[in-house]
Design a binder for this molecule. Structure first.
Ligand SMILES: [Zn+2]
Length: 132
């Protein structure tokens, strides 16, 4: 029986990872945890060389109508090129650029629609590497 995720107390176990690659070198990882009771997934962004600070108790929350995704900027480089985000099916999300400008991006069908930014869903790439 699958527990209702909104009522579950969550017991996440490690599920897998998505590697973020630039020119075939892994520059970061998104670790994916899954609750054994309700199957809800939790994600944690790891930039290469930076120690993880999240723990199970501090697992980031995601709404029932949201999906985990990676936002990719075509304008920025290295660790500033990507960010773990939560997307709704139709949404506008705010993104802070490296020069501290807040820009708004349109989301349609769980994907960012913009000339300079794109995104992919974590669920589709667990256990794989994604070239950004
Ligand atoms: Zn749960």
């Amino acid at each position: 029986m699958i527990v209702d995720p909104e009522k579950c107390t969550h017991q996440p176990v490690y599920f897998g990872a998505v590697n973020i690659n630039i020119e075939q070198r892994t520059i970061g990882t998104v670790d994916v945890w899954r609750c054994g009771a309700c199957k809800k997934r939790f994600c944690e962004e790891k930039q290469l060389g930076i120690e993880s600070i999240a723990d199970i108790v501090g697992m980031p929350k995601i709404g029932p109508d949201e999906k985990w995704a990676v936002l990719v900027s075509k304008l920025q480089k290295g660790k500033d090129k990507w960010k773990l985000v939560k997307l709704k099916e139709t949404d506008k999300i705010k993104f802070e650029t490296i020069d501290e400008k807040i820009i708004e991006l349109n989301v349609k069908n769980f994907q960012i629609e913009d000339d300079h930014h794109w995104s992919f869903l974590i669920d589709d790439h667990i256990g794989k590497a994604v070239e950004i």
